[in-house]
Design a protein around this ligand. Structure first.
Ligand SMILES: Cc1ncc(COP(=O)(O)O)c(C=O)c1O
Length: 451
């Protein structure tokens, strides 16, 4: 090959005309809809919160310590050996048929009678959320969601430029009267929300569960006003009393139901699903195909084998018992270490306690001081699309050991006391009660702002 000679003086490479592609910053070419995309406050925290000296009560990572890893590694090896040609190949956009049948059996535990043909397997239920928003929402469309609501759902709604109207909750979940009020107010403006997005069971982040009576009422209101319902239910099988609530979908086949193996098996496999009415299915499958061609065959087949060959229900029971111990450790530490005027819910399942701090404390502003004191939480503002939540925070008890949870809450109690001291000394926009006697304290409904 000839050795290149140094460039002789002569014609120079053309200079791009001003305003050409090379001169415009790539960010200037972003689509307008990306303006609403912001890193979730929780993700932004991940780097600091995952330092070993920090007790993180911030994330919702499932605790996988009890998974039978030896048995699973044998299953993985066998899957590759016997079915590798299929497991390592593209598959159907709708998902592996055998797994879709098994998913119907899982949903039967919540009273759902479904056809595997109406199940679409997705890369976690987060992808299902993204896809349903994509197929239903145009920019400016209104969606209803509990206030507070799951941060990942708010992210999807923002990404498609949907406007979120929050509906308040109390200790029994979404308040039907507030739903009716919100719908009527919107109707008076000529707006019909595209859907209600709800997490009726073991809510993230509020920790509450919608009562059976309210389930019927919520469905009735949505049906009357022609509003779709999206039920997101990743925690439904993680009840501490062993009780399994009937899903909204079990009462109404028009409900879109989102499920996941992230909390009952392994979040890293990213296998979730949507159960949709037949009229929605084809559009959803097309959207799924354009996003990923197909969900990972290997992971689906592994989940399918796990459901087939392992006592997965006792595994869920084992997980649930561990979460209950952790919940108990958190509740008892909250009683011991938190200042007066704090209120929190007593979750009956799932991963979260929603805490309301004394008036005047701003949980978002306090977070850096908490991290300095080596405890992390998720500030309430991340769970609202409208700026509320600065007096709330979410504590997760799913991942740390009970001892770490106790220590984390002890540190949080210290941080809160320090905030209150500063406020007592220098004053604050809010009035702080000088005495602690007679203060409202202890387990309560999520918060006045959420109701
Ligand atoms: C309410 C809710 N929906 C959906 C998800 C996403 O779960 P997945 O891992 O299946 O994507 C989560 C995860 O924390 C969640 O809490």
């Amino acid at each position: 090959m000839p050795i290149p000679t140094p460039a002789a003086p002569g014609p120079q490479p053309p200079v791009p005309p001003s305003g050409s592609a090379a001169e415009i910053a790539p960010t200037e070419r972003f689509a307008a809809r990306t303006a609403g995309m912001a890193a979730s406050e929780i993700r932004a925290l991940f780097a600091v919160a995952s330092r070993p000296e920090v007790v993180s009560l911030a994330g919702g990572m499932p605790n996988l310590a009890a998974l039978p890893l030896e048995a699973l590694s044998a299953e993985v090896a066998d899957l590759v050996r016997r079915e590798g040609q299929v497991a390592l190949q593209y598959g159907s956009a709708q998902g592996v048929p055998a797994l879709r049948e098994q998913i119907c059996e899982v949903m039967r535990l919540e009273g759902i009678n479904a056809d595997p043909g109406d199940v679409v397997v997705t890369v976690g239920s987060q992808m299902a959320l993204d896809l349903v928003t994509r197929i239903f929402c145009d920019p400016g469309d209104v969606v209803l969601a509990e206030g507070p609501s799951y941060v990942g759902a708010l992210g999807s709604f923002a990404a498609y430029q949907a406007r979120v109207v929050h509906v308040g909750m109390d200790e029994h979940g979404l308040v039907p009267e507030l739903l009716r009020d919100a719908v009527r107010t919107l109707a008076a403006q000529g707006i019909t929300p595209k859907f209600l997005y709800t997490i009726p069971t073991f809510h993230n982040p509020a920790g509450v569960t919608l009562t059976l009576e309210r389930r019927a009422e919520v469905l009735e209101i949505c049906a009357r006003y022609g509003i779709g319902v999206i039920e997101d239910n990743p925690y439904g099988l993680l009840g501490f009393s062993g009780r399994i609530y009937p899903a909204l979908r079990s009462f109404d086949p028009g409900v879109i139901y989102l499920g996941s193996f992230s909390k009952t098996f392994a979040s890293g496999l990213r296998v979730g699903w949507a159960l949709v009415p037949p009229a929605v299915r084809d559009r959803l499958v097309l959207a799924a195909e354009s996003a990923t061609l197909c969900p990972p065959s290997f992971n689906q087949m592994l989940v399918s084998r796990y459901l087939e060959g392992h006592d997965w229900r006792s595994q869920v029971k084992t997980f649930t018992e561990a979460y209950r111990d952790r919940r108990d450790a958190m509740l008892s530490a909250l009683e011991t270490y938190l200042p007066d005027d704090c209120r929190w819910n007593v979750p009956d399942g799932g991963f979260y306690v929603w805490l309301t701090v004394p008036e005047g404390v701003d949980t978002k502003a306090m977070l850096p001081r908490a991290v300095t004191a080596r405890v992390a939480y998720a500030s309430g503002t991340g769970f609202y699309a409208d700026g509320l939540g600065s007096r709330q925070l979410r504590l997760s008890y799913c991942y740390p050991t009970p001892e770490r949870i106790t220590e984390g809450v002890r540190r949080l109690g210290g941080v809160l006391e320090a905030e209150l001291d500063v406020m007592r000394t220098f004053g604050s926009p809010a009035r702080i009660s000088p005495s602690r006697s007679g203060a409202v304290r202890g387990p309560q409904s999520p918060s006045p702002d959420t109701a």
